[in-house]
Design a protein around this ligand. Sequence first.
Ligand SMILES: Cc1ncc(COP(=O)(O)O)c(C=O)c1O
Length: 347
Amino acid sequence: MKVPFFRFDSIGERIKEDLVKIIESGRLTRGEFTKKFEEEFKNFLGVRWVKTVNSGTTALYTALRALDVKGKYVVLPALSFMATVDAVLLAGGIPLVIDVDETYTMDINQLEDALKRYDVKVILPVHLFGNMADMPSISWLAQKYGAYVLEDSAQAHGAMLEGVKAGAWGDISAFSFYATKNVSMGEGGAVAVKNPSLVERVKKLLDFGDTPAFNFRLSEFQSAVGLNSLRRVEENNRRRREIAQRYNESFKDIFQLQKERGYCVYHVYSLRHPKRDLITEELGKRGIATKVYYPYLLHELRNTPHLPTPNAQKFKKELFALPIYPSLTDEEVDYVISTLLEIAQKL
Ligand SMILES: Cc1ncc(COP(=O)(O)O)c(C=O)c1O
């Protein structure tokens, strides 16, 4: 059996009608689908205002520009996709990279160290692999030290902690709707704003007017695809969690699992083992595709200031990800489990 790392859902039948409607109307951008997507996503998150953009990277960049980080420290975790640090650099901020804990999100003790030692303008937690960062502690520390909070929620559509969704904790938040994300439109992103003082600042950066601005707009086609995906995200997240629970039960005595915080939506299912490279090679030989998230740490990648990162250094060498997506069948899950257990026996 071959199990791909990701399989695209066929969306043709479901959205054909919407796409035809867009073509027939002739309104290809800034139309009803984008408006509807922004309205429904805003209600889904429970935030004040949502504006779509063309990627998660531009969402982060726009949020950081709105927070005016030029020449200021932005604290972020060592383990994330490179766009998290790149957006800070592009916006003129100074990335200050700190360690992660067993949830693979920002280490809170180190965050407080960083806040004590540096004049930090923005705390930028990442809800990695669909798992919530420790937002109650981060919010408390942000208030104590007078910093803004920008959540990188690119991997956490629908994740929740204490009844509050990822993206609705901080002052502002960035989402990606890249093809493999839990809410997808192929390419796309959104800035979600909770702090009322930031709404006008984001608007100014996106609409041609007072400030020189890029055009980061989506087309109506992308919004129609995204709307369809958004309406299925809760059901799809439940399926992801069901698969993760089966994996967790099967692997908990052999591998190190990601420690869950709150309602994790498993954008990525990760395991840790010192013999990672051997295991992924053996899985590959048996038709099971895996990936390494992430083979780099952000401060090493971009040579930025950082605190010691012993956990992230270790995790970088041990982490690997198994297939997890809504269309993964029970038979495929069974095959992944039995194959990995068989490999583990021989380690
Ligand atoms: C944590 C994180 N931040 C930012 C991004 C950037 O999003 P995009 O690829 O849509 O630019 C991604 C995903 O790709 C991501 O996983």
